[in-house]
Every structure is written in C-alpha cells, then in structure tokens.
Write a protein that binds this ligand. Structure first.
Ligand code: BG6
Ligand code: MG
Length: 215
C-alpha cells in the first residue's frame, strides 16, 4: 500500500490553464506602463500572491508607486483577469485531471487545492469541480506567499494527513519550493528545465497514474 494518503493540487497551471490569463493581464498592465513582460520573466510571477507578483512586475519595469497606487494597479489587473475566468467552461480543465482525481479517490486518498489565488473558488465553481476536493485552501485562507509552505501545511491540517504522507502537484518554481519547505513530496507539472527541483516531473496530469505514487 502506498505511503501517500493525500494529493494537494495547485490550481492555476495544474488543473486549468489560468496561468495564461494571469500572464495576459499582467502583460497588459506592463504595456500600459510602457514596458513589456516576456514569458520567461512571467515565470517569476507564477505561484505567488497578487501583490508579490505586482512588486516583481514593477521591479522588471523599474516603476515606483505608493501603496494606494499599487492596490489600484492590482485591482485593475484583477478586473481584466476576472473578465476571462468568469467565461471559463469545464472543457478548459486540463486533459487527464478528472481521471486522475477519480483515481486518487478510488485509491482511498484525500484531495485538496493549495492555491495562492483569491479567485480559486470562482474558478472551481465555473469548472464545476468544487466537490472533488476534501479541502480547499486559497489566497483568502493563507496569507504567506509560496515558497512559504503555509498553504500546503494548512491543507495537510484540514485533511488530517501529515506532510510526509502528502504529495503536492505544482507548475511554479515557488510552489515546488513551498512543497519541499513543507516536507512534502513534489510532482512538478510542466517542463523539467523549469521544475528541476521537484522530486518527479510530468508534462501534465494526463501522464499521471496512481501507481506512480506507490512509494
Ligand atoms: C497563483 C498564480 O495561483 O495565484 C499567480 O500562480 C497569482 O500567478 C496568484 O498571482 C494570485 O492569484 P489571484 O487570483 O488572487 O490574483
Ligand atoms: Mg500554479
């Protein structure tokens, strides 16, 4: 029997390609301020909170704003982002996700979401998959940005499964670090060049079989 008792999934970029909507909204904001955001630079923004992402973006563009202006900029980005996510449909769920969630359940393991996003519930509801998860920890429940492991540790507590029995699925470097900082096994979802720190890397959940967690 597997030592793994719970799977904790990051949302953006693992369950669904909201990462592209985040990127487009940040790029639009950067363009309005007169600079560009490349896909490579965007990797630094993945997995971390909205305000932490904004600080990195402003650093890239050498822009300085006070706190009030920063809140206004983040709100503007979030409005554009929400315009995209409220139109999302279940067919945007990545291939293999539902099948793997069913395998997790059939194996008697628990499932959770561990996301930095304050929009996580909107996305899960839009996709119709709220009920697949025994616990949902999002940016409203956890304050410390990845690579701090808070979001995953809170999921581990809600699931009543010790960190050493949890596996995290992550597409962001900061998220891989957070999982490891929390003492959890991490499956990187994406490219090995970017997620080399993970214990295992798959291109997407369609490549996952529950037997791969037999350790
Ligand atoms: C993470 C994304 O899941 O959520 C980040 O990877 C994003 O790119 C963060 O900045 C916060 O999201 P939101 O929806 O609260 O702005
Ligand atoms: Mg992500």
């Amino acid at each position: 029997m597997s030592n793994v008792k719970a799977c904790i999934f990051d949302l953006d970029g693992v369950i669904v390609d909201t990462a592209k909507y985040h990127y487009l909204a940040w790029k639009r904001l950067a363009n309005e301020m007169g600079f560009d955001l490349t896909e490579e630079q965007n990797e630094q923004l993945k997995g971390i909170s909205r305000m932490a992402s904004l600080d990195i973006l402003l650093g890239i563009g050498n822009q300085v704003f006070d706190k009030k202006e920063k809140v206004e900029l983040a709100d503007r980005k979030n409005t554009w982002y929400r315009e995209c996510i409220i139109k999302m449909k279940p067919d945007e769920i990545f291939p293999g996700v539902i099948d793997f969630l069913n395998q997790v359940k059939a194996a008697g393991m628990k499932s959770a979401i561990g996301s930095a996003s304050k929009n996580a519930m909107t996305i899960l509801e839009q996709l119709g998959i709220v009920d697949y998860f025994d616990s949902i920890i999002d940016g409203n429940k956890a304050q410390k940005a990845k690579p701090n492991p808070e979001v995953f540790l809170k999921a581990s507590i809600e699931l009543a499964v010790a960190p050493e029995h949890c596996v995290v699925f992550e597409d962001a470097q900061a998220g891989v670090e957070a999982a490891k900082n929390g003492g959890m096994f991490c499956v990187g979802v994406g490219s090995p060049e970017i997620l080399g720190q993970a214990n295992m890397v798959v291109a997407g959940l369609h490549e996952m079989k529950i037997e791969m967690l037999d350790f």
